[in-house]
Design a binder for this molecule. Structure first.
Ligand code: PLP
Length: 339
């Protein structure tokens, strides 16, 4: 071997070997509806050849797990769930800064979610908060459709309403933050105390109440209204409405966990989840959030934000760790402790 070739040999060898073994699997926490999560996992596995080990967790439970794993992360990607706890995870340095080349393809609200987290999360969908109601039960009980937040306090709805618990559910935290922004904090907590008297049950996950209403186990739910058309398509007598006095919306988000052990697979999934083809799997499983990629086909059943009175939800403020903790603790102390 000539001297020149001898010197080049290690370089040639390095080029022939992969820089790092590619992960053939990764660990995902999915905080969207189970049907969508399962479809995402199966389609990604089949099309990309990477195994997905998936756990389903509500948004509040997901951040609690990621925090508990902080010293030794087992999760690689957290997909879905409301954006506030994703922003909280970013603030607590639990998630990795990653600027996707697909960002310019996303709606402004999704890009803003990424920018204000220092690119530690990104918006993948959005959907407004409102009420679900069972048309047959309302008629049977001779109850009117609730049209405003104030309507839910009427004595005739006593025991008829389901909401989720804000400690475990991002949906319920979105409700508290929305009411605080709509009414001011003191009035919002007075409202929540009165509402408590009409709540039949608080569920762990935000998806529970609308399912209970669809199946006739409760009459009215406080839910994301994009969950309604799917229940209706299953044949349940369910309709949704957004409060005429104004409401908030979630920016469902996705984050890569800091210290992810399967980072290459995590990034592969993250990029894939931002494509129009992957985002269309939401509507394919009867989930009607507004997708963040501007090129994703929008199903006509996706709620039309232009027809809804939306508040200008302050995601940066209500995604702060201190604010989220404080409001949830106040709810536990002032509201959930009431009989
Ligand atoms: N299901 C749907 C349809 C959602 O849009 C969201 C929020 O992103 C969730 C579930 C999250 O559920 P939870 O309120 O239990 O955090």
């Amino acid at each position: 071997m000539t001297k020149k070739l001898w010197l080049a040999a290690p370089l040639l060898l390095a080029q022939m070997l992969p820089a790092q073994a590619q992960s053939s699997e990764f660990n995902l926490i999915c905080s969207a509806q189970a049907a969508w999560c399962n479809m995402l996992a199966v389609t990604f596995e089949k099309s990309q050849g990477v195994k997905v080990n998936m756990t389903l967790k509500g948004s509040g439970e997901a951040i609690a797990q990621i925090l508990a794993e902080r010293a030794n992360p087992k999760t690689d990607v957290w997909f879905g769930g409301t954006g506030d706890p994703h922003l909280q995870a970013a603030e607590q340095n639990l998630t990795l800064a990653y600027k996707s080349p697909s960002l310019p393809q996303l709606h402004d609200w999704a890009q803003k979610q990424a920018a204000q987290s220092g690119y530690k999360t990104v918006g993948i969908y959005s959907g407004p908060l409102g009420f679900g109601y069972n048309t047959e039960l309302l008629a049977k009980k001779k109850l009117a459709v609730p049209k405003t937040w104030a309507d839910l306090l009427k004595p005739e709805y006593k025991g008829e309403i389901q909401s989720a618990n804000p400690a475990s559910s991002g949906t319920a935290y979105t409700m508290i933050a929305t009411l605080v922004q709509l009414m001011g904090e003191e009035q919002a907590f007075e409202y929540l105390k009165k509402l408590h008297g009409n709540i039949g049950a608080y569920t762990r996950s935000g998806t529970g109440p609308i399912k209970a209403v669809a199946r006739g186990e409760a009459t009215v739910s406080i839910s994301f209204v994009h969950d309604g058309p799917g229940e209706k398509a299953h044949g349940f007598p369910l309709e949704t409405i957004t409060p005429a006095d104004g409401t908030g919306a979630e920016i469902g988000s996705m984050s890569i966990i800091k210290g992810a052990r399967n980072l290459d697979a995590a990034k592969k999934f993250y990029e894939w989840a931002l494509t129009p083809a992957a985002q269309a799997l939401g509507a394919a499983t009867l989930q009607f959030q507004l997708p963040s990629n501007k090129e994703t086909k929008v199903d006509p059943r996706v709620p039309d934000f232009r027809k809804i009175k939306m508040i200008d939800y302050d995601y940066a403020k209500y995604g702060q760790t201190a604010e989220r903790r404080r409001l949830i603790l106040r709810w536990e102390k002032d509201v959930n402790s009431l009989p």
